[in-house]
Write a new protein. Sequence first.
Length: 237
Amino acid sequence: MSQLGQLYGLGIGPGDPELLTLKAYRILTSVPVIAYPTSEKGKSVARDIVAEFIRSEQLEIPLPLPFSTENSAQPYYDLAAEKLAECLIQGQSVAVLCEGDPMLYGTFMYLFERLAPQFPTIVVPGISSTLASAAILGVPLTYRNDVLSIIPATLPENHLRDRLAQIDAAVIIKLGKHFLKTRTILAELGLLAQSLYIEQVSYPNQRIIPITEVDPATVPYWSLIVIPSQQSGSEFA
């Protein structure tokens, strides 16, 4: 029986190729098979990030996944896992590209659940946009005993309000069509003045806009709001 291939969950960072870790680069440029999620239209954000590093002799496996919440993704993940299993059974190692970090709201998590029990698996962490955004905006997220909350804007309105009412510091993700709902809640809770909006973190088309000036109709899915700690580091110096 031939040796099984190695499965890699490869965190490739938020968008800037220079934020790729050395380990991720080494694996990306050496594995025989690269897989990545694609949208319904065939676009792959993950592949675009590292396109310059992919070699022509590497086998590429697009994994169509519906990013619309109206569809159940389970059959698509099942099919994607079957495709990757075929390569792994044949002894081919496979790197699955994942924007940000694979284990933080990453598509790889669902493949990990299906494949890791059967195949040797290594997860390579990546820089998440939630943390990169703080560096780009130039705001410390937390001090000392602050609790950082990462909150999806896709939560029902009452749940989102309850979560935001209790924060020390927060990053609100998955804005898109949920931006107006989120901004309204922030205003109700008196959090709007300290809320910072950024979209397409670390991409060439990155934009930082005052949150009160954002047009809700133009907010992409790849945008977020940072609410940094309201404490001061000088208090603890």
